[in-house]
Design a protein around this ligand. Sequence first.
Ligand code: PXP
Length: 260
Amino acid sequence: MTKLGVNIDHIAVLREARKINDPDPIQALGVLALAGADQVTIHLREDRRHIHDEDARRIVELSPLPVNLECSIDESIIDIVCRLRPHRATLVPERREEVTTEGGLDIIKYEDRALKAIERLHAEEVEVSLFIDPDLELMTVADALGAEWVELHTGAYANIHAMLYGNLPHSHHSIVELDLPRHTLKTKLEESLASLSGAADHAASLGLKVAAGHGLNYQNVTPVAAMRAVEELNIGQSIIARSVFTGLEKAILDMKALLR
Ligand code: PXP
């Protein structure tokens, strides 16, 4: 069964709406474990808009589940991650003005910086994942850089799925023009799934472990979960959004049922 990493950043987003100490993301840890999540994922952003350093420190210290800490390749952030020593660090691109992580890390343009970050993390026995677009060449570069994992960016697929099946959450920063005919969107959806499974197969054939994530929800997750080479999905927004209405444990159990 595909493993589930639950991204709890949005619990901290709710806290930051009031700048108080409630809800505390730490309180999610027990519920995640109880509901059968396989990993907790957090993103320590450079602008600290949700998870703070102290959250990250306590989560790494107290989590009963492995911690996957997403971070940029900025040296000062890598310093912190090296001190925290989570189970895994996922290197992601970061732009301050973005609403969420848009597009994968360009490991060709930033090859030297990525390599330096990977070497520093490995020296602290932190395994490394690279959050990259589903492109065959990038899988080869990720392997050459020595990462243990790649996480395939599923945002393009999620956006096209939302356009096609309507009335579902989708990004305002869509890469697809809104007025495309349905048959074109269907072709694009098939193409985006083929890119994901092709990249996943290629990465696995190189010996990389493969995760995927971004924009996955209860409507679009099944074809990605069905990909053999994809071992793990990291999902945040849709689970935390559903949990407002159903409770966090039920929201995780509903997602686990789809991954099964
Ligand atoms: N994986 C990575 C690398 C991410 O940056 C994010 C967003 O923080 C996610 C997964 C989860 O995306 P979503 O909140 O859209 O499920």
